[in-house]
Ligand binder design. Structure first.
Ligand SMILES: [Fe+2]
Ligand SMILES: [Fe+2]
Length: 490
């Protein structure tokens, strides 16, 4: 069956979508919940949570420095502080839905800072212990930002409304020069962005390491030990390699149901010691070259799942196909985007390789969009890619997946309309407005504080990001006119 909806058709078909919409995959049967059996598995899939712990332990006595400035938020494609509230509200919703399995498809933290990762672990532990949720994570390009960690600094909001630099680099403190925008500096080792291994140790309970109650667990590296889960990353000129971790895993949390996390983060060493790294966050495009072992393993996993009658759910941080459903070139030419988004679109050669692996259905994040696309391969095989939206950007939503059997999935989009306490930080932003007004600084975003719901806040954030900022971010501008969530930074 051909499935080449144009962008316009796709949007028209979605125009009347209410809070929850169902996507029936081509070739897949739609069944009512009345048909649920013991073989039915329900999963919530959350894209790019980018958790920022507003109560994070940064080593200060003044808790008010634990939020970012609104000025920073309106310059980013996601809001920084409010994702704390929406994440917990979403987990409450998942509990109310009676869903047990929760997948975070990468970029689960702001930038892998230790304080935020500890805060995320605290929340995940709470929902695991109190409500029996079971989490499965993969890494995104924000966690880690580099294989073995690096210094990080961000501008936080001081209680008097000023911006203050919080840094894990002591020399930043010694060399700091105050300005109207950033009036002070604080050192915190918990601002350090963690590397793969500390992340996989801290969050090991959530898929990164085998747990006693799992029915089955494996990695591409024939070992569960973290130190064995490595490959040789090759320098750009091909003259040397440096060891780099990989976090891919296969888990059978309940008999007959396999969850496969494909780590397609790749990092290119800039020196033989591995002290500096580069990465493009292009996912499968670079991953197939840097660590072909992982794709060979994925092919074998799919083959074994088929032979053993397992229901297999495959996810990665990065999309497996052109995620805009045959519209990427239209955007490319219309907006002359020659740099950012287009390089993140997998080539057809890469998608064909994944189809050759036997992959039929794939879930991803990274792009902060909500879209489902289908690629028809050269031999007629198909691959469907489902992009999970971010909770911290317009339109905030998550995916509900019901697996009725190996080839029978129902996928819904649950929009988050409102969030308790979403406006509880607004009084701090009022202080920020006062500070910035006194200094003659830009406050174009102050109308955002007049919203009455979380969804409206995300919409106003998008307006500020694009129209009010007069941004040339074509993706954001498209979002205004299509009422969709196309963001450029993953
Ligand atoms: Fe990303
Ligand atoms: Fe992201």
């Amino acid at each position: 069956m051909s499935y080449q909806l144009s962008r316009r058709q796709f949007l028209l078909s979605s125009a009347s979508v209410a809070a929850t919409s169902a996507t029936v995959l081509p070739g897949c049967k739609l069944q009512s919940n009345n048909n649920q059996t013991d073989q039915t598995h329900r999963i919530a899939l959350l894209g790019d949570v980018h958790f920022h712990d507003i109560h994070g332990d940064f080593g200060f006595n003044d808790n008010e420095v634990c939020i970012r400035t609104m000025q920073d938020s309106v310059g980013s494609t996601r809001m920084f502080n409010e994702n704390y509230f929406v994440f917990k509200a979403t987990l409450d919703d998942i509990v109310a839905e009676g869903i047990k399995f929760v997948i975070l498809v990468g970029d689960f933290s702001d930038d892998g800072q230790e304080a935020h990762v500890d805060g995320l672990k605290r929340v995940l532990d709470q929902y695991s212990d109190e409500y029996g949720l079971e989490f499965f994570l993969t890494h995104g390009n924000h966690d880690p930002t580099t294989p073995y960690g690096e210094d990080c600094d961000k501008t936080f909001l001081r209680s008097d409304g000023a911006g203050i630099k919080v840094t894990s680099n002591q020399s930043d403190v010694e060399n700091f020069i105050p300005s109207d925008e950033v009036d002070g500096v604080l050192y915190s080792p918990k601002m350090q962005s963690l590397g793969f291994m500390p992340l996989m140790e801290k969050l090991g309970r959530f898929g990164f390491q085998s747990q006693p109650h799992y029915h089955y667990y494996e990695t591409p590296w024939k070992s569960d030990k973290l130190e064995d889960r490595v490959y040789q990353a090759t320098s750009a000129d091909g003259t040397y390699t440096v060891e780099c971790p990989d976090s891919s895993y296969l888990v059978e949390p309940i008999e007959g149901f396999w969850i496969c996390s494909v780590d397609m983060n790749t990092h290119v060493p800039l020196d033989p010691l591995g002290s500096q790294w580069d990465h493009d966050a292009k996912g499968y495009e670079d991953g197939k070259v840097q660590k072909p072992q992982v794709l060979a393993w994925l092919k074998d996993v799919i083959k074994r799942a088929d032979e053993q009658g397992k229901t297999l759910l495959v996810f990665s941080h990065y999309p497996a196909i052109e995620y805009l459903n045959y519209s990427a070139d239209d955007f490319y030419y219309l907006f002359a985007d020659s740099s950012y988004n287009h390089k993140r679109v997998p080539t057809s050669e890469t998608t064909e390789e994944l189809i050759d692996c036997g992959l039929k259905l794939h879930f991803a994040g990274h792009i902060h969009i909500n879209d489902t696309a289908k690629y028809v391969g050269r031999n007629g095989q198909t691959l469907v890619n489902v992009q999970a939206p971010s909770l911290a950007a317009y339109i905030p939503a998550y995916k509900k997946i019901t697996c009725y059997g190996p080839d029978d999935f129902e996928i819904e989009t649950k929009v988050i309309e409102d969030v308790p306490e979403f406006d509880s930080l607004f009084n701090h932003y009022e202080n920020e407005i006062d500070w910035r007004t006194a200094k003659g600084l830009d406050t174009h975003w102050k109308s955002m504080l007049e919203v009455s719901s979380y969804r409206e806040l995300m919409y106003q954030h998008l307006i500020c990001l694009t129209v009010n900022n007069k941004s040339d971010d074509w993706a954001g501008i498209c979002a205004i006119f299509t009422n969709q969530n196309f963001h450029s930074i993953g």
